[in-house]
Design a protein around this ligand. Structure first.
Ligand code: FAD
Ligand code: NAI
Length: 468
C-alpha cells in the first residue's frame, strides 16, 4: 500500500467518488479513493448508465432495421446475435472503467483496492474480500460516496436467474418470451424497452395509477401512449403480493391497490425495479457518530455530515439518484474542503429517460407550480411541426417551456421526442443564467434541427410560435 497519510480519502469509486478524487488531484490535494469493486466507475459505469445505454442503442438500431428501414428504402432482415450485443456492451464498459484508472494516474490519485471502513475521526481501514484489515489510511477529510443498491420487495426474492434486478436484466442469457417488470420508473421503462425491441412481450406492473412519478403529468401520459403503441402493456394501480420462481419461469401475483380481484401473470423473467436505496453497509459510520435517516440516507449540510471532517455525496445522500448530480456534488464538496466556494444548483439538475421517444426535463413541472400557487405561462411545440423530425419520421412528442407569468423567467422545460437528451442542456444553461423564455425565443437556432422545437415552444410562451 502507498504512503497512507492523505488530505482526503474518498470511499467509493462511482461518479461521486471518482469525480471527487479527480478534482482533489487537480487542486493539489493528496487523495486516495477506496473502491471494493474490481473496477472503478461505480454503478454508473459497471452496471448502470453505461451498459444500459449500450443496450438501448443497439436494440434501437435492431428494432429500426426490422420496422423502419424498409420505408426509407433499405431492405434488410435483421438477425439478432445476443452474445455479440452483450460483448460490445462489455467491451465499452471495460474501456470506460480503464479510462477512470488513467484519469486517476493523470491526477496522481491512489486507487486503494478493498472495502473502506471508517474507524474513528480521520481513519479509514481497508478490508479485503474476506473482511481482513489490510491497511489503515489517515485523512484530514473523508468523503463518503458509497452509492446505492436496488430496493427489495417482500415476497419477491431476486435470484438473478428468473427474478432479476437491473444488473441481471443487463445480462439476460436469452430474449424472454414474456418479461414482467415491477415498477414503471426509469429502470423499468429503459430496460423494458430494450427487451421489447429485441422481441420480448413486456408487461409493466406499477403501484401508482401513472408511470414515471415526478415527470410532468402531460409528458408521462404521452410517454405511456407511445410505449403502449410499441407493445409494452401496463397494469397500473397494482400491488404485487408475491413471486414464485421455478427453473423455467415465474408466477407473479398482484391485486388492485384500490381493492378487487387478485391476478397472476406467468413470466419467463421478472425484473424488480422499484427504486434504489443508499448503501452504507459495514461503513463504520457509528465510529464517528453519524446516524442515517429512516430510509438509510446520510443527511448533510452542503455535503458536510454531522461528524467533523466527514462529507457525503451522491446516491448515499438526499436528492435525485443520478450520476450527474453525484458529479456536481463531488466538485462542490472537494472545492469546499479545499477552502473554495462549492455550489450546486439543485433546481437545475436535468433528468432523462433514454427510450424512444426520449424524455428530458429540468426545473418545475406544471403540477409543482400549481401546488406552489405560482402563476406561470406555457409554450408548447409539437415535433410533428418540426421539419427535421418530420424528415426523419420521428414526430412523436413535444417541447414545453414553463415561464413565470410576471417576469418570464424559465421555470421548467419538459421535452419528449427525438434526441431530447441532447437538447435539455440548452435549457439548463438558460436556467443557470436565469434566462427568460424570450431569451431562447430570440436566440438563432440552426435549421433544420430538432432544437428548433425548444425555440418555437419558447416563442409560444408569449404567443408567437411561428411554425405551428
Ligand atoms: P455508485 O455509482 O453506486 O458508486 C459507489 C461505489 O462505491 C460502488 O462502486 C461501490 O462498489 C463502492 N463502495 C460502496 N461501499 C464501499 C466501501 N465500504 N468501500 C469501498 N467501496 C465501496 N444515472 C444517470 O444520471 N444517467 C443514467 O443514464 C443512469 N442510468 C442508470 C441505469 C441503471 C440500470 C442504474 C442502476 C442506475 C442508473 N443511473 C443513471 C444512476 C447512477 O448510476 C447513479 O446515480 C450513480 O452511479 C451514483 O453515483 P455514486 O458515486 O453516488 O454511487
Ligand atoms: P424509480 O424511482 O425511477 O421508479 C420506481 C417505480 O416503481 C415508481 O414508478 C414507483 O411508483 C414504483 N414502485 C415502487 N414500489 C412499487 C411496488 N411495490 N410495486 C410496484 N411498483 C412500485 O426507480 P428505478 O426505476 O428503480 O430507478 C432507480 C433510480 O436509478 C432512479 O430513481 C434514477 O435516479 C436512477 N436511474 C436513472 C436513469 C437515467 O437517468 N436515465 C436510468 C436508470 C436509473
Amino acid at each position: 500500500m502507498p504512503d497512507t497519510t492523505y488530505d482526503v480519502v474518498i470511499i467509493g469509486g462511482g461518479p461521486g467518488g471518482y469525480n471527487a478524487a479527480i478534482r482533489a488531484g487537480q487542486l493539489g490535494l493528496k487523495a486516495a479513493c477506496v473502491e471494493m469493486r474490481g473496477t472503478l466507475g461505480g454503478t454508473c459505469l459497471n452496471v448502470g448508465c453505461m451498459p444500459s445505454k449500450a443496450l438501448l442503442h443497439a436494440s434501437e438500431l435492431y428494432a429500426a432495421a426490422g420496422s423502419e428501414f424498409a420505408k426509407l428504402g433499405i431492405e434488410v432482415t435483421p438477425k439478432l446475435n445476443l452474445p455479440q450485443m452483450m460483448a460490445q456492451k462489455d467491451e465499452s464498459v471495460t474501456a470506460l472503467t480503464k479510462g477512470i484508472e488513467f484519469l486517476f494516474k493523470k491526477n496522481k490519485v491512489d486507487w486503494v483496492k478493498g472495502a473502506g471502513r471508517i474507524a474513528g475521526p480521520g481513519k479509514v481501514e481497508v478490508l479485503d474480500a474476506d473482511g481482513k484489515v489490510t491497511g489503515t489510511l489517515s485523512a484530514r477529510d473523508i468523503v463518503v460516496a458509497t452509492g446505492s443498491e436496488p430496493s427489495s420487495l417482500p415476497g419477491v426474492t431476486v435470484d438473478q436467474k428468473r427474478i432479476v434486478d437491473s444488473t441481471g436484466a443487463l445480462a439476460l442469457p436469452e430474449v424472454p418470451g414474456h418479461l414482467v417488470v415491477i415498477g414503471a420508473g426509469i429502470i423499468g421503462l429503459e430496460l423494458g424497452s430494450v427487451w421489447r425491441r429485441l422481441g420480448a412481450k413486456v408487461t409493466v406492473v406499477e403501484f401508482l395509477d401513472r408511470i414515471t412519478p415526478g415527470v410532468d403529468a402531460e409528458v408521462a401520459k404521452t410517454f405511456q401512449r407511445a410505449l403502449t403503441k410499441q407493445g409494452i402493456a401496463f397494469k397500473l394501480g397494482m400491488k404485487v403480493t408475491g413471486a414464485t420462481a421455478s427453473k423455467t419461469g415465474v408466477s407473479l401475483a398482484f391485486e388492485p391497490v384500490a381493492g378487487g380481484a387478485a391476478e397472476t401473470l406467468d413470466a419467463d423473467y421478472v425484473l424488480l425495479a422499484i427504486g434504489r436505496r443508499p448503501y452504507t453497509q459495514g461503513l463504520g459510520l457509528e465510529t464517528v457518530g453519524i446516524e442515517t435517516d429512516k430510509r438509510g440516507f446520510i443527511a448533510t449540510d452542503h455535503w458536510k455530515t454531522s461528524a467533523p471532517g466527514v462529507w457525503a455525496i451522491g446516491d448515499v445522500t438526499h436528492g435525485p439518484m443520478l450520476a450527474h448530480k453525484a458529479e456536481e456534488e463531488a466538485v462542490a464538496c472537494i472545492e469546499r474542503l479545499a477552502g473554495k466556494a462549492g455550489h450546486v444548483s439543485y433546481g437545475v439538475i436535468p433528468g432523462v429517460i433514454y427510450t424512444t421517444p426520449e424524455v428530458a426535463w429540468v426545473g418545475k413541472t406544471e403540477e409543482e407550480l400549481k401546488a406552489e400557487g405560482r402563476a406561470y405561462k406555457v409554450g408548447k411545440f409539437p415535433f410533428t411541426a418540426n421539419s427535421r423530425a418530420k424528415i426523419n419520421h420521428e414526430t412523436e412528442g413535444f417541447a414545453k417551456i414553463l415561464a413565470d407569468a410576471a417576469t418570464d423567467e424559465i421555470l421548467g422545460a419538459h421535452l419528449i421526442g427525438p434526441s431530447v437528451s441532447e437538447m435539455i442542456g440548452e435549457c439548463c444553461v438558460a436556467m443557470e443564467f436565469r434566462a427568460a423564455s424570450e431569451d431562447i425565443a430570440r436566440t438563432c437556432h440552426p435549421h433544420p434541427t430538432r432544437s428548433e422545437a425548444v425555440r418555437q415552444a419558447s416563442m409560444g410562451v408569449e404567443g408567437w410560435t411561428m411554425q405551428a
